[in-house]
Write a protein that binds this ligand. Structure first.
Ligand code: SF4
Length: 235
């Protein structure tokens, strides 16, 4: 039977309450000192870990601290600086083009509106929502691989498309909670609900998670009944 929308919203609220208790402070792990730097770091984080991105951004921001400076950069030099993040040629090209458009179209200021942000090279909804929620304190729910996986495991969505997942989650929670909900799911995904080996035995969401691999009371009772039935049949 399909789960009702109100039940899903209740489950999302319960998940949020528990995650808030477990992770009272949830911060973006990409090192940055400005909206521009976070935008550049988030572009670099595609298919790459935050740890790796944080290793390359000090040299990048040292050489090109502002959109003005990066817009004038030689792409091949940027390629060298960001090489270890993977897909470095595309990322370097996008960083320079993004900076150039921030200068020419937005007067050197990173825009706040999602409709503007997603027109910049290398910027999709996930990146736009990171910017909105982390630096502008505006509603935005970035759906990355952790948020997508946990939302499906927790039964909040069945969808795979991150944009559709974002819209579904948005409908379940108040806008001021969107960004922190995403950050907390990411923390929980990294620490407990691993893609390959979820640690359900250590998970504070275990009781309300339909994907828990622990035997719940229901499952235990079912197993016991099955055993008894088998025994009776054998006799
Ligand atoms: S109970 Fe297991 S599958 Fe569910 S959220 Fe926790 S770790 Fe992930």
């Amino acid at each position: 039977m399909a789960t009702k929308k109100t039940d899903l919203a209740k489950r999302a609220t319960d998940v949020l309450k528990l995650l808030k208790r477990e992770y009272p402070v949830a911060i973006c792990e990409l090192t940055h000192e400005s909206a521009f730097q976070l935008l550049a770091a988030t572009i670099l984080s595609a298919q790459c870990t935050d740890v790796r991105v944080n290793m390359v951004t000090p040299a990048l921001f040292d050489a090109y601290p502002t959109p003005e400076k990066l817009s004038l950069a030689d792409v091949s030099h940027v390629e060298q600086l960001v090489r270890s993040t993977g897909f470095y040629q595309t990322k370097a090209k996008n960083l320079v083009a993004m900076s150039s458009q921030v200068m020419t179209r937005f007067g050197g200021e990173v825009p706040r509106e999602i409709e503007d942000l997603i027109t910049l090279p290398g910027v999709g909804r996930k990146t736009a929502n990171v910017l909105r929620s982390v630096v502008f304190n505006l509603p935005g729910l970035p759906v990355d691989t952790h948020v997508g996986r946990l939302s499906r495991r927790l039964g909040l969505t069945k969808l795979e498309d991150p944009v559709k997942v974002e819209y579904e989650l948005n409908a379940m929670l108040p806008p001021p909670e969107w960004g922190q909900f995403s950050l907390r799911l990411i923390l929980h995904g990294r620490r407990v609900c691993d893609a390959k080996k979820p640690k359900c035995e250590d998970c504070l969401l275990e009781k309300l998670c339909p994907s828990s691999n622990l035997p719940t009371k229901k499952k235990v009772v079912k197993k016991a009944v099955k055993k008894t039935v088998k025994k009776v049949i054998k006799k």
